[in-house]
Design a binder for this molecule. Sequence first.
Ligand SMILES: [Zn+2]
Length: 214
Amino acid sequence: MSDNSQTVDQGSISGEADESSKPVPPEVDLPRIEKAVREILIAVGEDPDREGLVETPARVSRMYAELFSGLHTDPRIHLKKYFTEKYDEMVLVRDISFNSMCEHHMLPFIGKAHIGYVPNGKVVGLSKLARVVEEVSHRPQVQERMTEEIADLLVSELDVKGVAVVIEASHSCMSIRGVRKPGSLCVTSAMKGLFRSNLSSRSEIMTLIYGGRH
Ligand SMILES: [Zn+2]
């Protein structure tokens, strides 16, 4: 393999091309993260000055800035731009992909969120719900709390008659360490309003979420 092709390979694997795609929030202290990552490398017995690792602390610092960018945003903003509709049937947005970081291990958990709600006059654009998921997930998180947070946001901002949030995700901290159960899926749900009180509404939304899938 020539030197040239090696360079290209490294670039594509480490994702050099899109590293500057997101602005770093001013609150994030990149040099401090860099110092900490360098310390970790030393502590595990590595040489942070060897060629392959020289850029790693800086790269990881920018990555953390992106993965934790939701600490510096307010997801409620996306729900303020609602429109008024008489529609009072269920709205379901299924399969919103997300990635988050488990706050116990600082390892990613990756999955899909499904959000169903019955509006009470206020309806939001479907992409706004995806934005909410994105911002709530880009924080040190616990899947159970994330599920509740999304449901609570729809209750407080849209005054919905009911909301159902179901999240399914696989956790790296379960698949690559500890009990090592790759392929296992963690499913959490939060039901508020009529989805909590009304069994037929709840089973209807669950059928819509899981309909056609097994
Ligand atoms: Zn974990």
